[in-house]
Design a protein around this ligand. Structure first.
Ligand code: GSH
Length: 263
């Protein structure tokens, strides 16, 4: 039986995992959980991940959540072709790039989406949050660009772990009009990475879902679903001046905090 990946095509964490599976040539089915975005504790998705977050990988009896843990599992279960380099220092460097992408960078993209797609803030506050996201994006892209240097890939000569982790983040910035300066090493890397079949397929799913976003965005602000405010995302919203957004979401009942929930 093929493996199942619970995912959302817009999730950078899910995209990272799909790129890894496709690089390995492993077959898998995709499913957007019916309860996604509700935090509901019923159904097979929540049974596999009490945090009710995607991605979740189901491989027979093995059920794994947390995208980095899933990446480790994929690398260990299908070692060829390897995504992590061999040398310990290079492996650590790849993991650091992934960690910053998963935490600080993802939070900035998420915050921009809260304003653009979910209209959590309009007027001056909306402008402030967009400006902060743009400023932080530049800082993070400069950091990534310095790590890339003149190499083709983050690990040097071969595509690998850090490329899979960074691709969804930089691509989303490009989608938002916040891409790296044209002609810069990071912009050239983005051109290169999007050509890889594993990445091209994953980005095509992202684009299709992004085009549908305007139609479904209201679900998240009318209380039909409760968007999760967690960790670096919540921190980004507060430090960027958006505590009002958090308070409004709590008042209107359309945000939630991570499991175990207060309610
Ligand atoms: N640390 C987790 C984060 C996963 C995560 O936050 N996923 C988001 C989608 S990008 C999610 O499922 N959120 C659930 C919700 O908003 O209800 C990982 O790396 O897998």
């Amino acid at each position: 039986m093929a493996m199942l990946l619970y995912e959302h095509p817009l999730s950078s964490y899910a995209q990272k995992v799909k790129i890894a599976l496709r690089e390995k040539g492993v077959a898998f089915d995709l499913e957007l959980p019916e309860s996604f975005g509700t935090g509901r504790a019923d159904g097979p998705f929540a049974a596999a991940n009490p945090r009710a977050e995607v991605p979740v990988l189901i491989d027979g009896q093995t059920r794994i959540f947390e995208s980095t843990v899933i990446m480790e599992y994929i690398e260990e279960r299908w070692p060829d072709p390897p995504l992590l380099p061999r040398e310990p220092g290079a492996r650590a460097a790849a993991r650091i790039t992934e960690d910053v992408c998963d935490t600080q960078y993802e939070a900035v993209n998420w915050g921009f989406g809260e304003v653009l797609w979910f209209r959590r803030a309009t007027g001056p506050l909306g402008e402030t949050l967009r400006a902060e996201a743009a400023r932080h994006t530049t800082v993070l892209q400069d950091w990534l660009g310095a790590r890339l240097g003149d190499a083709d890939w983050f690990g040097g000569a071969a595509f690998g772990w850090a490329d899979a982790a960074a691709a969804p983040l930089v691509n989303r910035s490009v989608h938002y009009g916040l891409g790296p300066p044209p002609g810069s090493p990071l912009a050239r890397w983005h051109q290169r990475v999007r050509e890889r079949p594993s990445v091209a397929a994953t980005f095509a799913e992202f684009e299709a879902a992004a085009a549908r976003m305007a139609a479904v965005a209201d679900l998240y602000t009318t209380g039909g679903r409760r968007r999760e405010y967690r960790d670096h995302r919540l921190e980004w919203m507060v430090k960027s001046g958006g505590i009002e957004v958090v308070l409004a979401g709590l008042r209107d009942g359309n945000i939630r905090f991570p499991w175990p929930d207060a309610s």
